[in-house]
Design a protein around this ligand. Sequence first.
Ligand SMILES: Nc1nc2c(ncn2[C@@H]2O[C@H](COP(=O)(O)OP(=O)(O)OP(=O)(O)O)[C@@H](O)[C@H]2O)c(=O)[nH]1
Ligand SMILES: [Mg+2]
Length: 395
Amino acid sequence: MNPLHPQPEGPYVVGAADSQPAALQLSVIVPTYRESSGIAEMLERLTGILQSLLPGQYEIIVVDDDSPDLTWQIAQELSSKIPELRVMRRETERGLSTAVLRGWQAARGNFLAVIDADLQHPPETMVDLFRMMQRGSDIAVATRHVEGGGVSDWSLFRRVISRGAQLIGLVMLPGVVGKVTDPMSGYFMVRRSAIANIEMRPLGYKILIEVLARGRCRWIGEVPYVFRERDQGQSKVTRKIYVDYVRHLFRLRLALLPLSRFFRFAVVGCSGVIVDMGLLYLLSDPSMLAWGLTRSKLIASETAIINNFVWNDLWTFGDVSMRHRTWQNRLRRFGKFQMICFVGLVLNAAILNFQFNVLGINRYVANAISIVLVTGWNYWLNLKISWRVADLPKP
Ligand SMILES: Nc1nc2c(ncn2[C@@H]2O[C@H](COP(=O)(O)OP(=O)(O)OP(=O)(O)O)[C@@H](O)[C@H]2O)c(=O)[nH]1
Ligand SMILES: [Mg+2]
């Protein structure tokens, strides 16, 4: 029996071919959750097909989320009969897309595939996917929506939901969802080099959309298949899956917007201005708390600094912070951000006071002018010191 496969940790980045020991031609990931009733039959059929297609050149990795029905154990026992089979039992992470990525991270294949465990995806189609890849595709997708494909017994309701989800995707991400006829498919094969060294941010069920959006998939092949009814085990599709799908689309839409870093910094800066202005009004305005201007300004600006750090770390410099996301790193960045902004804050208060007390300019106009001046200073220093963007590897 093969030992359990250790679970990769950290960001979801699949390594390049040269980072893999003993490369194989194909790695097939089978994500499972509570599939004990059908997993053995599925794995035996899949192995039969791969064995005649690619003897000695493939592996199957079952990634199970610690299923209470012990799916992982059944699969692992089978590995004494099927040496190409490994099992990863995840005890700390959940979700279909993350399972597929963890599997690919552990995989040694040049082609990386995913297939459902419940035999709704006919294992025979794997041969067609592989042939399509051999002809040069970067990704080969098994699709229900071309000649020869289909869904067997879906209710009208399920068809409408599936097509509706596709339509929402087309509206929000036409350049991604429109690349294939069946973007909802969970059955495909991708070339390692098309996703190597790219940070994925999986969410929910639709790993194909993540791969199409972030990967380098120029040549896309499609292979028809008929999605069979489930006759073993239970569906895991819940309402949350649809909510996650829409969240995923939003996340990708934002990530793919052609926004420059400075533009994002400026947008975050605007949110800080709202916080700063709002608090300055609450604290210092004679009709509100009527505190002293300097004290109010310090509190307003410090709150805005914290607001800005959070958004900059998550969004403006998200690519940098994803690489260093321990709490120590975050705190260190916050420390530097705080220091730079503190100096900026002193400058800001001095410029504000000068305008208000000496030049007699309205306090809000004066505040806006000092914020604009200090923003340029803050951006430049934070770029160089807090997030050290110059250290990023070139794409
Ligand atoms: N590791 C892991 N696998 C999952 C998870 N959710 C679903 N799966 C597996 O992913 C595959 C697809 O899930 P299904 O529930 O069959 O989804 P579906 O095929 O779209 O829906 P049905 O037609 O209702 O079966 C199956 O092999 C599941 O066991 C999860 O959270 N973690
Ligand atoms: Mg299914």
